[in-house]
Design a protein around this ligand. Structure first.
Ligand code: AGP
Length: 609
């Protein structure tokens, strides 16, 4: 998610805009930029501090009382200065900052180029100012040109638009990405969220999808795309800045867990074609033919990314017939992996900078493997060094403990499974069923998230224990390990992931009334086996907190506590079963008063071996 900010009023715009960007940096920043209307534009890669350095000594070249500014979290196009916003048209009259994804930008860009427009960036956003330029030629009216432009674009946007010939007017509009208007005295503001506005005014208007606001220093007008006027009064913001960055939650980790259903929508947006049982993965188009020849896959990741890879192994083997092995990056490169040109190395990484994973990619490429990435951070080193890949589009993950990225990784692996399967024996019916079930997941996830208070009570109930065993089988084997990792890394409590079938080969010895077990036992193909394992635990006086499928009354007789998840395809249960474990770990850490977003000894991205 990017950060947009804009000002129109009577004061010098530049300092207001740059300070506003600093408040938005938590939304991700691989580049930033500012345009003061009718004056000058500056852009820089990296944090806002870099922008400030570029402005040093040049402030007087930015005179003007209105402007637009942007912090970029790249989705299309590398994080470079040329791709940084604001973007302008050929004439330099229309300037735009954008948060969201324009899905039909390729065809729009081709059309505009055929009309003679010259593009300076690789972004989807840049089609907007050129469209404005085209429509203005016919409409000769700023607001009408905006409305015509919005009719052309498909996708999501929070847009702010400036027009050089009307310095005292800013137009903003929203479809699927947040836009907040700040109503000051003789000045107006626009931002992705209220954090940069609060220091100026607490009177805000949250634009709704399909609304367009035209702002001048003294006034605002809101209308719909068909020009129907909309009366909206400002509301008073009670929150403080810190709360806003966390969307009102106490920690980024909780905010990111609660984003889970949106993450599925963002990861799959424009990529599922259920009617044909297909998925469209634009980032794999250039290697689609090579993927047909792949006869072996090695998945590499670290920590949580590794565990998503284990889920992917089960999916891909079951639905494509391709042999898969999964390795932690730190092991892969120090052994002698057997690789040839028909081997695909699939690297999974949220940050795209994990050294162990990166070195594994380099080693595999040296041996001729095709390297594919599943990466959340656009333009990251892993994204650049793999031959092709799938971007998660999960938005920045601030909490050190990876939560929403894990959900997105498994979703991406499910889509990759359909992509590879449909190149092979997978039927249209099977592909359709998987796509349709993925589409149904957000609603099912919301049902689980609505149980957060019950899960909080369970965490408090179990917070007296110092050791936990996590059990799972098959698709939930990896979830047992991921659930244990979550508890360890945010609450510092000892937790062991264990394949439930392995318990009797040793770990069972630890079990007594002081060593509870979290058993992931959905109604799937290994349910009966899990029931037996839970009985073995109970026979040793161990307490059991089970994750089970809605309607399972039998497990209530056995387990001490049960958290229910909706029914879904077996291969997709990990996306649902992990959520209660993420919440359980979060609340355990909160009950201990720990720094949930920044656990001791850990870093968000481990860029050293
Ligand atoms: C997960 O909660 C941890 N923060 C850690 O295991 C993380 O998943 C691992 O370091 C890999 O990071 P990456 O996905 O950015 O490569």
């Amino acid at each position: 998610m990017c950060g947009i900010f804009s000002y129109v009023g009577k004061k010098e715009a530049l300092p207001i805009l740059v300070d506003g960007l600093s408040s938005l940096e938590y939304r991700g920043y691989d580049s930033s930029g500012v345009y003061v209307v009718g004056s000058n534009c500056v852009k820089s890669v990296g944090a806002v501090e870099n922008l400030r350095k570029k402005l040093d000594g040049k402030e007087n070249t930015f005179s003007g009382t209105s402007g637009i500014a942007h912090l970029r979290w790249a989705t299309h196009g590398e994080p470079t200065e040329k791709n940084a916003h604001p973007h302008s048209d050929c004439s330099g009259k229309f300037w735009v900052v954008h948060n969201g994804i324009i899905e039909n930008y390729k065809e729009l860009k081709e059309h505009l180029i055929s009309l003679g427009h010259i593009f300076k960036s690789d972004t989807d956003t840049e089609v907007v100012p050129h469209l404005l330029e085209e429509h203005f030629k016919r409409e000769n009216d700023f607001e009408k040109a905006v409305k015509q432009t919005l009719k052309d674009i498909k996708g999501t946007y929070g847009l702010v638009i400036a027009f050089k010939d009307e310095k005292n007017k800013i137009i903003t509009c929203r479809m699927g990405a947040p836009v907040v208007v700040g109503v000051g005295v003789g000045e107006m503001f626009v931002a992705s969220d209220p954090s940069p506005i609060l220091r100026h005014t607490r009177q805000v208007i949250y634009l709704r999808d399909g609304e367009i606001a035209t702002l001048t220093p003294e006034n605002y007008n809101i209308c719909s795309l068909d020009s129907t006027p909309i009366a909206r009064d400002p509301e008073m913001i009670e929150w403080e800045v810190d709360q806003i960055k966390k969307d009102g939650y106490d920690h980024f980790m909780m905010k990111e867990i609660m984003e889970a259903s949106d993450v599925i929508k963002n990861t799959t947006r424009g990529r599922l074609i259920p009617e044909n049982g297909l998925v469209k993965l634009g980032g794999l188009e250039i290697v689609a033919d090579k993927l047909k020849d792949i006869n072996r896959i090695i998945i590499v990741g670290c920590g949580t990314a590794y565990y998503s890879g284990v889920v992917g192994e089960y999916m891909i083997e079951e639905y494509t017939g391709i042999p898969v092995e999964v390795e932690v990056g730190s092991e892969f490169r120090y052994r002698k992996p057997l690789i040839d040109k028909n081997t695909m190395l699939l690297a999974i990484s949220q940050s795209g900078e994990t050294a162990d994973t990166l070195e594994a990619i380099r080693e595999a490429k040296r041996k001729g493997a095709l390297a594919i990435g599943i990466v959340n951070t656009v333009g990251s080193t892993i994204a650049r060094e793999t031959d092709a890949g799938i971007y998660n589009h999960a938005g920045p993950e601030i909490g050190v403990a990876s939560t929403k990225a894990f959900i997105s990784q498994i979703t991406a692996l499910a889509m990759l499974t359909v992509f590879l399967g449909r190149q092979r024996e997978m039927s249209m019916v099977t592909g359709k069923r998987i796509c349709e079930e993925i589409i149904s997941l957000p609603e099912k996830m919301e049902k689980i998230l609505s149980q957060k208070e019950e899960i909080k009570k369970l965490a408090e109930k179990y917070s007296i224990y110092r050791d936990f065993l996590y059990l799972g089988r098959k698709y939930n084997y990896a979830i047992a390990y991921e659930g244990a990792l979550k508890l360890k890394e945010v609450s510092y409590i000892h937790a062991e992931g264990c394949g439930a079938g392995e318990m009797k080969h040793g770990p069972l010895a630890m079990i007594d009334e002081n060593f509870p077990t979290l058993a992931i036992a959905p109604s799937d193909s290994v349910y009966e086996k899990m029931i037996s394992n839970i009985q073995e635990i109970k026979a040793r006086k161990g307490k059991v907190l089970a994750i089970a499928t809605d309607g399972d009354e039998r497990i209530k007789e056995l387990a001490d506590d049960v958290i229910y998840i909706p029914k879904t395809l077996e291969m997709l249960t990990p996306i649902l079963s992990v959520i209660p474990l993420q919440l359980f770990a979060y609340y355990m850490a909160v009950s201990k008063g720990l720094n949930v977003d920044r656990p001791r000894n850990l870093a968000k991205s481990v860029t050293v071996e």
